[in-house]
Design a protein around this ligand. Structure first.
Ligand code: TNX
Length: 508
């Protein structure tokens, strides 16, 4: 539980308004451990110096903190590499904070964030933001936080195929992910309604396949430079991009661009702007498809700094089971040959040990075909990692309740409480320990056309999933979470982010 505290008022520098309301502690996601100190806390003022210790990576994070504080306070605080007091960002490879953890301690004479990695420092900075007021200066309460994530993989998935989102909108989404300590951005780059990534040698994928979207709008696509800009923007925020090209189903846009990817006798594909699923296929066994898959995966591997490449694999209803399993094994081998780890939706478990190294569980338990469940358990016993995104807890495209204007509800309504109240380790009983490597919150965009539409579905549920992915199960409860979530709203207001004022939360 995060108790409230009022801090003494302090005099700010003359150029900025004095601190507003006394600081209360409302952190999302909840840290592993927080111990309150007895002293007065550290007053951040115009005289505060940011100190980066341990090398250039610490200086980069300090620069990011300076930029954030400039936005919230108007102050331009100096970053120095030596001296004492102020806000110290200490990169120390000997610190026992784990790969992404950090320690934050504050007292009257200063704040120190210590971490063994730049990612850990960066996460500590996100915590520090939440210890300060939304705007203006303030006092960081006296405390010690020791924090590290529950899961190594904490993702957000954005469907840019059903509706296209330009680079700036993706970057805004990355900012939101970073704020809540996510570390993966899964981009669903292709689907029936659009092919959104330029592939050298296959120009019609984007000129034809990228030319429309759900509802018939103009669509769009990322050039290689756009995609590099997204991966670099994400990397600067310690977020790894996981690109997905959805195969062998969900492929109408590719088929309309290159009809020869279909099987002989298949009905020629037209560009598709509806929202049905499960009807399309590239010819799973043809030599032409094999070459296409190799070139697409090769190019994407070249453009992608991260270790994963996702081949989709969901809802390939037009492909028979044997061809599907063979296709998924071959495409997984192709990903490995290009130096990446293959990932797919849970359907890919049908490919067995030859299949993807990471499977993303999306089908709600109640709808999971028994054979698929057996396959998943077997894959997990063989070392396949699972990312948990069950639609009935993690699908942020599902309506909150019957009054929600946007979204689908095939998996039922998804209240904030439902998004929050589940345990990824036990959702599927009978898995070997440590099979679950993380959690992902997908947002599909059949009904979401603008950044505001997206935000209204992400907020307030994305922070709930952030806590599911980051905080120890034993340290979290819905009743404790509700007020902490409510306290985030002024931050969203200040960032001009839309959110849905669901009645479950007592909004300030
Ligand atoms: C199922 S989830 C799909 C998507 C849809 C989504 C809508 C998954 C792997 N396939 O194609 O967009 O439902 O909620």
């Amino acid at each position: 539980a995060a108790p409230q505290e009022s801090s003494p008022s302090v005099s700010a520098s003359p150029s900025v308004p004095p601190p507003a309301a006394p600081a209360a502690i409302s952190l999302v996601p909840a840290p592993s451990q927080l111990v309150r100190g007895s002293g007065a806390g550290y007053p951040l003022t115009g005289a505060t110096v940011l100190r980066a210790e341990g090398g250039p990576e610490a200086a980069t994070v300090a620069g990011q903190l300076a930029a954030l504080l400039h936005t919230s306070t108007g102050l331009t605080l100096p970053v120095e590499q030596s001296g004492n007091g102020g806000v110290v960002l200490r990169l120390d490879s000997a610190a026992d904070t784990g790969e992404e953890g950090y320690r934050l301690s504050s007292a009257a004479d200063g704040v120190t964030i210590t971490a063994a990695s730049a990612a850990g420092l960066f996460h500590g900075v996100q915590t520090l933001r939440q210890l300060l007021p939304v705007s203006g200066t303030g006092t960081v309460p006296s405390l010690t936080i020791t924090d590290r994530p529950r899961y190594a993989y904490r993702g957000g998935m954005l469907d840019v195929a059903r509706h296209f989102f330009p680079v700036a909108a993706v970057e805004q989404y990355v900012d939101l992910l970073a704020q809540y300590k996510f570390n993966h951005l899964h981009l669903h780059l292709t689907d029936d309604q659009g092919w959104r990534i330029a592939i050298a040698g296959w120009p019609k994928l984007t000129s034809v396949g990228g030319s429309t979207q759900v509802g018939g709008g103009a669509g769009g696509f990322y050039t290689a430079d756009d995609y590099r800009a997204i991966t670099a923007y994400a990397a600067a925020r310690h977020i790894t991009v996981v690109p997905e090209v959805d195969l062998p189903g969900h492929t109408t846009a590719a088929l309309a661009s290159y009809p020869e990817l279909g099987c002989p006798g298949d009905r020629p594909a037209q560009l598709f702007t509806g929202i049905d699923v499960g009807f399309s296929r590239v010819c799973p066994t043809s030599e032409r498809t094999r070459a296409f898959v190799d070139q697409v995966i090769g190019r994407l591997a070249e453009l992608t700094p991260g270790p994963y490449l996702d081949i989709g694999g969901d809802e390939a209803g037009a492909v028979d089971a044997a061809s599907y399993a063979r296709f998924m094994s071959q495409a997984s081998a192709t990903v490995r040959a290009h130096g990446k780890q293959p990932m797919s939706w849970d359907d890919g478990a049908a490919a067995g040990r030859q299949g993807p190294a990471v499977l993303e569980v999306w089908q709600p338990l109640a709808q999971l075909p028994p054979q698929l469940r057996t396959n998943l358990e077997e894959a997990a016993r063989g070392g396949t990692k699972l990312v948990m995104s069950p639609a009935d807890h993690a699908y942020l495209d599902q309506k909150y309740d019957e009054s929600t204007r946007l979204g689908l509800h095939w998996a039922g309504y998804l209240s904030v409480e439902k998004a929050y109240s589940w345990d990824p380790d036990t959702y599927l009983a009978g898995l070997p320990g440590a099979a679950v490597t993380g959690v992902e919150a997908p947002v599909w965009t059949e009904t979401l056309a603008t950044p505001q539409d997206l935000q209204s579905m992400l907020l307030p549920r994305l922070p709930a999933l952030a806590e599911v992915a980051w905080s120890p199960q034993a340290a979290r409860s819905w009743e404790d979470f509700r007020p902490r979530l409510a306290a985030q709203a002024p931050r969203w207001d200040a960032q001009q982010l839309a959110y849905t004022k669901v009645p479950e939360i007592d909004w300030p």
